[in-house]
Design a protein around this ligand. Structure first.
Ligand code: C5J
Length: 224
């Protein structure tokens, strides 16, 4: 019998099977969560995202202890920027934009210190890290292939930012037939109203994009 758990999510409780579930940690990178990165260059207060770190650690530890598949993503580009659409590069008329030198190296460039995942949530040995050029984790990556090969059907979703890369990825996953359970305290936005509405949009209309729970409910579900 496969190990099945029930999470007390909204809009209604939902079952997930351990062997068919992955924890997906989206873009918990220095470039978004630490001063001097892409997030700050866009004019944001990065401290607003930092409250997600402790709940993400709780979810990550619980997932690892339960033997769940854990997958991390990072948004970023090749050093030569060949994979960055010109529209993305020019957007915002930024003084310091993608590819420019910043305090943590070149902004949003693979291999630079700012592109790396924050130390608190560093990937463990063997956990896949998906480098994505877009907002969605399925766009031009091998995430779908990895999930299919592992026969994953349910994604427990953490990361930043709620209305951008988390939403885009959840929508992509939804259209590909995955069940998404977003942990509300593990996802964050620079805009409190976008956080609230972003969460509402996922669980509205009977769970149009999936379910919403939190790190505590996730731990309780794994222990039940
Ligand atoms: C953004 C992301 N916000 N990871 N990226 O540009 O959400």
């Amino acid at each position: 019998m496969p190990a099945t758990h029930v999470i007390n999510a909204e809009p209604y409780p939902v079952k997930f099977e351990l062997a068919a579930t992955a924890l997906l940690v989206i873009d918990m990178q220095k470039d978004f969560l630490e001063p001097g990165g892409f997030g700050e260059m866009l004019g944001n207060d990065v401290s607003l995202l930092r409250k997600t770190i402790a709940p993400c650690q709780t979810a990550l530890n619980a997932a690892r202890s339960a033997g769940l598949t854990v997958i991390h993503t990072r948004e970023g580009h090749r050093a030569d920027l060949a994979d960055a659409p010109p529209t993305k590069l020019s957007r915002g008329n930024l003084a310091t934009g993608i590819g420019d030198d910043g305090p943590m190296g070149r902004i949003l460039i693979r291999g630079e210190p700012g592109h790396d995942i924050i130390a608190e949530l560093a990937p463990a040995e063997g956990e896949p890290v998906i480098d994505k050029p877009g907002k969605g984790a399925f766009y031009e990556t091998d995430l779908d292939l990895i999930l299919k090969n592992k026969t994953i059907r349910t994604l427990i979703v953490c990361g930043v930012t709620t209305e951008v890369c988390v939403h885009t990825t959840v929508r992509e996953a939804n259209d590909r037939g995955y069940e998404c359970i977003v942990l509300e305290d593990c996802v964050g936005s620079y805009f409190p109203e976008f956080q609230r509405i972003g969460i509402e949009m996922i669980k509205a209309q009977g769970g149009i994009f999936g379910w919403v729970a939190d790190s505590k409910k996730f731990v309780e579900a794994l222990q039940s």
